[in-house]
Design a protein around this ligand. Structure first.
Ligand code: PLP
Length: 388
């Protein structure tokens, strides 16, 4: 029997989270899409069971369940549900809980895919959305329409501007479900459910899987709520692949060490860039200059691997920097072993309108850096030569 997990640090929990009782230290890969039974009663029991493997893999799969269990343990949740991507988790959760005529309160500066889903399919289905500035926590509660608002959605820290949302204030909202995208923090960086939030989600494609070899999403919360989302998800079909769940679970095992190293290197790089004369601004919650540094210190264990930077010159200088970097490569995604740089305005946030970009700080010269596992001085040396 494992010891009292509540007394453990999350880094320790990550080593065994989701492990079954077989004695195997690594999970088995169950690639089977279906399970046979001795008679029709067995199949009938499988068809009626909620979120249980042994029937059909769109309903549940043992390898995926191990990954789900690991995230539930790390987030302090009763249950978790995995999806084929972070967007699969976001879209399925929204459509599982909201119907035509319902209302959602959402932070204005969320990931562009989330905004695209709220502005596209949600509006088309007659779900009304009110956007608020997540940096002012009171705006969430003010926008709630009692009896109408089903979901209050936030992302913290935000991609790519690294704004921080007050999780205690969000958790205090009663009535609607509160739903936090915690992708940039990972479960090692913060645990929104412990602040009273109803649901936490991750694009596990990022830091959780951590090696750029899985496309995976996950939502965690109370069992009843997760079972409701599961009921919709088997129809929506954004099911997690067992191969990706295996890579997700492998990522969980080393998450503690990776998040610590990446956060320390990101802090060093953020401080170095802040002091460079060619740099106008660095966004990183670990910097004392970050407008919400005190809030970040209160609710985050680690400040994470992502920072964003604006150069003094503008677009041309930003473009030139990405071309001169050699160790640091241009690519979207984040949280993996390689240090990557991306130009949000023309890639991940291409679909965001110029007005929203201006309101949320996504300028044409903003570059997002995902700090990897290389030695900090090698990453800094690459920026030094590229900024000369
Ligand atoms: C904060 C955040 N949430 C959700 C997503 C969507 O995740 P996925 O690409 O796994 O669908 C992303 C992707 O970049 C993201 O950065």
């Amino acid at each position: 029997m494992a010891g009292d997990r509540r007394k453990q640090e999350p880094e320790t929990t990550a080593i065994t989270a989701g492990r079954d009782s077989s004695g195997a230290l690594s999970p088995a890969l169950w690639s089977s899409s279906t399970w046979h039974t001795d008679d029709l009663d067995g199949t009938h029991r499988g068809a009626k069971a909620v979120h249980k493997s042994g029937f059909y893999s769109r309903y549940a799969n043992p390898t995926v369940e191990s990954f789900e269990q690991s995230i539930a343990e790390l987030e302090g949740a009763e249950s978790a549900l995995a999806f084929g991507s972070g967007m699969g988790a976001i879209a399925s959760t929204i459509f599982a809980l909201c119907s035509t005529g319902d209302h959602i309160v959402a932070q204005r500066n969320m990931y562009a895919g989330t905004l695209g889903f709220l502005d596209g399919p949600c509006k088309r289905m007659g779900i009304d959305v009110t956007y608020v500035d997540g940096r002012n926590a009171a705006e969430f509660a003010h926008a709630v329409r009692p009896g109408k608002t089903i979901l209050v959605m936030a992302e913290t820290p935000t991609n790519p501007h690294l704004d921080v949302v007050d999780l205690d204030a969000l958790g205090a909202i009663k009535g609607p479900f509160t739903f936090v995208d915690s992708t940039l923090a990972t479960p090692l960086g913060q645990q929104p459910l412990r602040h009273g939030v109803s649901l936490v989600m991750h694009s596990a494609t990022k830091g959780i899987a951590g090696h750029n070899d899985a496309t995976l999403g996950v939502v965690a919360g109370e069992k009843e709520l997760i079972d409701t989302i599961w009921g919709y998800s088997v129809l929506h079909g954004a099911t997690a692949s067992p191969f990706d769940a295996l890579n997700g679970l492998r990522g969980v095992r080393t998450l503690g060490a990776r998040v610590r190293l990446q956060s320390e290197t990101a802090q060093e790089l953020a401080e170095w860039l802040s002091a460079h004369p060619a740099v106008k601004r660095v966004n990183y919650p670990g910097l004392a200059s970050h407008p919400q540094h005190e809030l970040a210190k209160r609710q985050m264990r680690w400040f994470g691997s992502i920072l964003s930077v604006e150069l003094c010159g503008g677009v041309a200088e930003s473009r030139a920097l990405t071309q001169r970097l050699s160790l640091v490569r241009s690519a979207v995604t984040l949280g993996g072993p390689d240090t990557l740089i991306s130009h949000s305005a023309t890639s991940t946030h291409l679909s965001v309108s110029p007005e929203v970009k201006a309101a949320t700080g996504i300028s044409d010269s903003l570059l997002r850096v995902s700090v990897g596992l290389e030695a900090a001085h090698d990453i800094i040396a690459d920026f030094e030569q590229a900024l000369q």
